[in-house]
Design a protein around this ligand. Sequence first.
Ligand code: GDP
Length: 440
Amino acid sequence: MFNNLSEKLDKALHVLKGHGSITEVNVAETLKEVRRALLDADVNFKIAKNFTNTVKEKALGQNVLTTLQPGQLMVKIVKDELTQLMGGDVEGINMSGTPTIILMSGLQGSGKTTFSGKLANFLKNKKTKKPLLVACDVYRPAAVDQLHVVGDQIKVDVYSDKGNTDPVAIAQAGIAHAKQNGHNVVIIDTAGRLAVDEAMMTEISNIHKAIQPQETLFVVDSMTGQDAVNTAKAFNDVLNFDGVILTKLDGDTRGGAAISIKSVVNKPIKFIGTGEKMEAIDVFYPSRMADRILGMGDVVSLVERAQEQFDEAEARKLQKKIAKNQFGFDDFLKQIQQIKKMGNMKDLIGMIPGAGKMMKDIDIDDDAFKGIEAIIHSMTIKERTNPSIIDASRKKRIGKGSGTSVQEVNQLLKQFNQMSKMMKMMQGGKGKAMMNAMKN
Ligand code: GDP
C-alpha cells in the first residue's frame, strides 16, 4: 500500500531525520521534494502546493531551526498536515434509522458489491446488527447473482427481485422486507456504469430521494488516482453523499486519491478495502494512515486485526490441546487460516514500523502458505493428529500428493516438531527459562 509514495517521502525527509545539518536551504529543498513526491503520487497540483506551503508556515511559526531536534519536529509537522489533509478525525456511520438505510453509489467495477458484503459482515460481527443486503442493479443479472454469492458466504440475507426493472421499487420493497423480518440495517447495492453518465446519476438520485437513507456512501477504486477524485466530485454534486469508501488500497502504490479526496469533496473517507476477501475492510483512521505513509508502521491496526480474528473459546481449546500434547496439523492449519484472514502479507508487514521499508524489495507471495497447506491436506487424519507415524514411505506419498518434495515435507515436519516443543515448554511454566536461554 502506497509503497512508492512512502519511499519518495522517506527520501525527501532523509536529511531532516537527523542525517545531516539542517539549514533553511535544505528545509526548502526537502519541501520541494515532498511536493514532487505528492505530485508523483497523483495528488492534485494545488493540493500539493498548499500542503508544502502550510508545512513551511508551521515550521517557521514553530522556529523549527532553533529547536533541539529540528528534523523530528519537521517530520511531525508533515505527519500532522498529512493527517489533516486526509480528514483529521475518524467519522463513523450514522446508524440512527430503524432500520438504518445505507445507500451505496459508485461506478461499475469500483468494488460496490464487494464492499456491500464487507460492510454487512463487519456490522453483523458487531452482534447487535442484523443487516439485509438489497440488489438494485436492474441491468446486470450477474450483479444480482454476485450479491447472492456474497450474502451466502457471510450468511447475510439478500433481497432481490429479478423481473422488476424499477430500482426505486426494489429498494422500497427491500426496506419493507427488512422491517418485516427484523433487520435493523439495510445496505442497498445499486447499478454502476463504466463512466459517469446522466442516466445513472438520475437513477441513483431518484433512489436517494425516495428512500432517504441515513447514510449515502460513495465507493471508488483508489488505483484510479485523479479520476477517483473527479468521479467523487461528480457524485457529490448530485448526491451530497456522507462518506467515501476507498477500495483496492492493497494494490495502490501511489495514494493520490486517499490524500486528495477529502479536500476536494469535503467528505470523510470512512472505510477502506484492502483485498478481495470479506474480511479485508478497515475503518479509515487518517492519523494511522499518515503513519503508514511515512513508514512509521501502524501497530494499533495490526493488533486490532489480530483481535478481530481472535476467538477466546477457540484459544482455550487450543491451550488445552497444547498442554495435553495433542496439538496437531489440523490445529496448525486453523492457525494459518486465521493469519490469512488478517489480510495480505505485505500489507501486514507494512504495519510493523520500519519493516515495510526493509522488505520492500522482497517479493512476499500472498500464497506463502500454499505449499504448507497442500502438504497438510495430503496427510491422512491419523497423520495430522499424530505426526510421529509419518515414516519414509508416508513422506513420499505426501510429497507426491501435494506436489512438493520429500525434503519440503521433512522441513515442515521438523519445524512443526520444534514448534510443538516450544509450545510445551511455554505451557510447562518454563517460558521464563526458555526466554533466558534464548537471550544467552
Ligand atoms: P462493483 O461493480 O462496483 O459492484 O464492483 P465489484 O464489487 O464487483 O468489484 C470489482 C472487482 O474488484 C472484483 O473483482 C473484486 O473482487 C475486486 N475488489 C473489490 N474490492 C477490492 C479490494 O479492496 N482489493 C482488491 N484487490 N480487489 C477488490
